[in-house]
Design a protein around this ligand. Sequence first.
Ligand SMILES: Cc1cc2nc3c(=O)[nH]c(=O)nc-3n(C[C@H](O)[C@H](O)[C@H](O)COP(=O)(O)OP(=O)(O)OC[C@H]3O[C@@H](n4cnc5c(N)ncnc54)[C@H](O)[C@@H]3O)c2cc1C
Length: 370
Amino acid sequence: MERSFDTVIIGGGIAGVQAASILCQEQKTAIITDEEYLPYYRMRIEEIISGRGPEELYMHPLSWYEERGIEIIHSRAESIDKEGRAVSLADGSVIHYSSLLLATGSNARIFPLSGRQDRIFTLRRATDAEAIGKALSSAKSFTVIGGGLLGLELASGVADHLHIPVSVIETAEYILPRQLDKPSASLLMEKLMEKGVSVITSASADHADDEYLYLKDGRKIPSSVICFSIGVNPGKEIAEKAGIKTNKGIIVDEYLRTSSSDIYAAGDAAELDGRLFGLAMHAREMGSAAAFYILGKGKPYIPSEPSALLKIGGIDVVSLGRIGGESDVITDDGDRRVTIFTDDGIVTGAILINDKASMARIKALIGSRR
Ligand SMILES: Cc1cc2nc3c(=O)[nH]c(=O)nc-3n(C[C@H](O)[C@H](O)[C@H](O)COP(=O)(O)OP(=O)(O)OC[C@H]3O[C@@H](n4cnc5c(N)ncnc54)[C@H](O)[C@@H]3O)c2cc1C
């Protein structure tokens, strides 16, 4: 079967749906997704582990797409014919486009653990969360490899619901090294330990058997279920195969244009000025920017400063902008702590512990480059 659209979007994540919501006002638009569900909020898939249905996380009901004439095509896009302006799908159909947006997101990284084949997971898709939930229903212990934002939230969530040993293994000296300084990370680690999550830093996984994960230093950690949370690889394969320029991700310019005319990329898959983003806020911004450019109303895309919000063991942690450089603790009353980072007197980043109220003010300060 062959069909034609003005713009075809590969990927039904935040970038793809955001772009479609703008494009559909003037164009016949299709989203190709290789997931069985309608587009959902990926950041919330942990809720599926504790029993929510993926449908409860949908960004919009089917009627929202129907009312806007956005066609959702459930199949995997296998290849792009740039000259013929067409995408071939795994179900054998061919979709023609005038403009193509690659919003293919990213894939979770994993490495093989010798001695163990099963009950090893990553958490990226709704179906991953369903599989983890099922495995945890009979688990004796749970270990997350990787002490980043996602891994910590996952470990803390499981510790809230299940009375089994929960561990986090982190190779760095402290958790969240990209978002926190050492004192803030230590405070967070204490709170996690109080909740029953063992956080083991400066440690690497070596191999595993059915019950334990063995570390390179010889320690063994009870781990009847293991989840990797060691970062992502941008989904650039389909672009690479089509001869579109890639590096770590799909290379785009400030208008989200790839090296091939009328093909754009946005979200986790896109690389701008050597930078990958990996955050929902940038995926949404890039989806909008690409859509406006396709409609002839484009402005150069300037990414917002990154921010991360985390609630663990009752502590609110906010990380804004760039963490590093000169630091100044401007508030520290035991429970509440605010650290700002400066570069040549200009505020470039901040860590707020239990002080969400100051977030908007400090974000504005970072944005103003004062
Ligand atoms: C558990 C979890 C928690 C997170 N929490 C946060 C958070 O708190 N804050 C934050 O900012 N970010 C968070 N993120 C990251 C955020 O979800 C991503 O940055 C965002 O989803 C990226 O959006 P995207 O549209 O670029 O790609 P994605 O959401 O990854 O969507 C891409 C879609 O394209 C599909 N696809 C890929 N290739 C093809 C193909 N060839 N054919 C058809 N379909 C294809 C994929 O299956 C997927 O459905 C979290 C991520 C996870 C997994």
